[in-house]
Design a protein around this ligand. Structure first.
Ligand code: HEC
Ligand code: HEC
Ligand code: HEC
Length: 441
């Protein structure tokens, strides 16, 4: 054989090896996307227990626990008829119509096709669904709960509302890209109770990790938007930026953030039922969770969630921003900034939050408040810029509100007052820069 022929032969072998590797990867991706799927039964082929009123009632409860309506209703649209844009780092996606309309909703779906969507993230026509639909969490729910949800959805009035096309950027708009993502990061599987744990703990884990999809916000995500599954649940509960909203969902495994291991059960139940608790008020996306979802849960389920959250292993919070040093102490410039922040505070904030941050007239205290001193400054900036109300709940029917300050204070002033409250009253959190405020828009 000449050396040229040998070279072509080698090249041929390398090409064949590469082709085999590609085939193996494609095969693995394809297998990961169908593994464990039973064949679906079309509507009418199997028994459908959807006419059962008790089942539908249970479904209505689960739909609240899962806040289906929050994502599946556009502003001004019919409840659950879809069309709401959900911002993701990869572009906007639009929720689907869940009402039983034959052409644009779930009218022609069977319970088994619905189960495949909830458990495997596939639409009726086999299309892979984007994980902005939290099926990586919903996959944990049981078939019975899926059937109950479906039975409830079938009792809704059918609404005609065609699916809007997603606006995902290339390559995230491609089904093969989604197939690869799923192969890497999505494993379908119903919740398995942990042996040796109480029934309440396991119920709490089922709700938090499954239907209530708390971890869809509170678990950290990698650059491809997958929640990181680390060693144990502690890693899965480490806190994360809520995609494209600039709210930080703090870690449920850290006392410095949203961990509640050091709270008592009543305090956790109060937070989830009324939105206000002795040691924390909810705001932003969490206020919506309480408003639409957790305030409607029964006492037993709230106690179960509290038991599970209080038992989560605690880890030190990740420092999400480098400590830039305390501003009140060092150079003269920093002392000036501290004084400027104090002035803004005195003028615009003290009437409600108290001269020493202690909280006036039932308003919440900022002194000793972990939401103020958390490493991530995102929520403090959001609160000051956009203001907000605690959620309206049965237990707190007339919540107190905070006005937005973005029209009143400039970025510099917001940064100064945010830095002030993070460093006054014995706090030692890093200051906030005007650039951080600009980025939060
Ligand atoms: C965080 C937002 C969010 C929540 C909460 C949510 N969904 Fe969705 N859902 C979506 C989005 C976005 C889609 C569209 C996915 C796609 O087209 O790839 C979707 C799609 C679906 C589909 C597939 C419909 C189809 O035509 O293929 C079903 C079924 C569904 N959701 C049911 C539910 C149920 C039941 C709940 C409550 C238990 C729920 N969803 C809660 C965002 C959400
Ligand atoms: C849509 C995203 C999202 C979902 C879903 C979500 N959270 Fe949150 N959560 C947040 C954000 C953002 C904050 C920070 C703002 C605040 O403190 O209210 C937060 C704060 C919290 C806090 C700390 C409150 C305080 O004042 O110390 C707890 C506890 C909590 N969440 C528990 C839960 C539980 C339990 C669930 C599921 C039932 C859940 N969250 C679902 C986004 C979310
Ligand atoms: C009219 C009364 C009022 C004024 C004035 C006011 N706040 Fe608030 N503030 C509130 C209320 C009420 C909340 C809780 C809002 C919620 O739950 O969404 C709050 C929440 C906050 C939070 C979030 C704390 C947490 O635990 O989640 C911060 C930070 C904050 N305020 C800072 C400020 C600063 C800084 C100013 C001045 C620039 C200010 N507030 C002015 C009433 C006020």
């Amino acid at each position: 054989m000449t050396s040229a022929a040998r070279r072509t032969g080698m090249a041929g072998m390398a090409a064949a090896a590469a082709a085999m590797l590609v085939a193996a990867v494609v095969g693995w991706v394809a297998w990961r996307n169908v593994a464990g799927q039973e064949p679906v039964q079309p509507r009418g082929a199997g028994p459908e227990s959807t006419a059962d009123a008790a089942l539908a009632q249970r479904g209505a409860y689960l739909a609240r626990a899962g806040n289906c309506q929050g994502c599946h209703t556009r502003r001004g649209g019919a409840p659950n008829a879809g069309g709401r844009a959900i911002a993701t780092p990869f572009g906007a996606v639009y929720s689907s119509n869940l009402t039983p309309d034959d052409d644009t909703g779930l009218g022609r779906w069977s319970a088994s096709e619905f189960w495949r969507a909830m458990h495997h993230g596939r639409s009726r026509d086999g299309r892979l669904l984007v994980p902005a639909f939290p099926y990586p969490n919903f996959t944990r729910i049981t078939r019975e709960d899926s059937d109950a949800l479906f039975a409830w959805l079938r009792t809704l009035p059918p609404v005609r509302e065609p699916q809007r096309a997603h606006e995902l950027r290339f390559p995230y708009n491609l089904q093969p890209a989604l197939a690869v993502w799923r192969a890497l990061y999505f494993t379908p599987g119903v919740f398995v109770p942990e042996p040796g744990r109480s029934a309440a703990y396991n119920r709490g884990s089922y709700l938090v990790n499954g239907i209530a999809h708390c971890m869809a916000c509170h678990a950290p995500r990698n650059a491809l938007g997958a929640t990181r599954e680390g060693p144990g649940e502690a890693a899965a509960a480490q806190g994360s930026l809520v995609s494209a909203q600039n709210w930080y969902a703090p870690s449920l495994s850290s006392a410095d953030e949203a961990g509640v291991a050091h709270w008592n059960g009543d305090e956790v139940v109060a937070l989830l039922r009324t939105g206000v608790a002795p040691r924390g008020w909810v705001m932003g996306p969490m206020a919506e969770v309480v408003f639409r979802s957790t305030q409607h849960l029964n006492e037993r389920d709230l106690r179960a969630i509290a038991e599970y959250l209080r038992a989560l292993p605690q880890v030190a919070a990740r420092a999400t921003v480098p400590q830039r040093g305390r501003m009140g102490e060092q150079s003269g410039r920093r002392t000036e900034a501290f004084a400027a922040g104090a002035k803004v505070y005195e003028k615009h904030c003290a009437a409600c939050h108290g001269g020493r941050g202690e909280g006036a007239d039932g308003y919440l205290a900022l002194a000793g408040n972990r939401a103020v001193t958390m490493a991530s400054p995102h929520n403090v900036i959001k609160a000051i810029r956009d203001g907000g109300f605690a959620p309206t709940t049965l237990g707190n029917p007339q919540p107190m509100g905070m006005p937005p300050f973005h029209g009143v204070l400039g970025d510099e002033e917001i940064a100064a007052v945010a830095s002030f409250i993070r460093q006054a009253w014995g706090h030692g959190a890093a200051p906030v820069q005007a650039l951080d405020v600009l980025r939060a828009r």
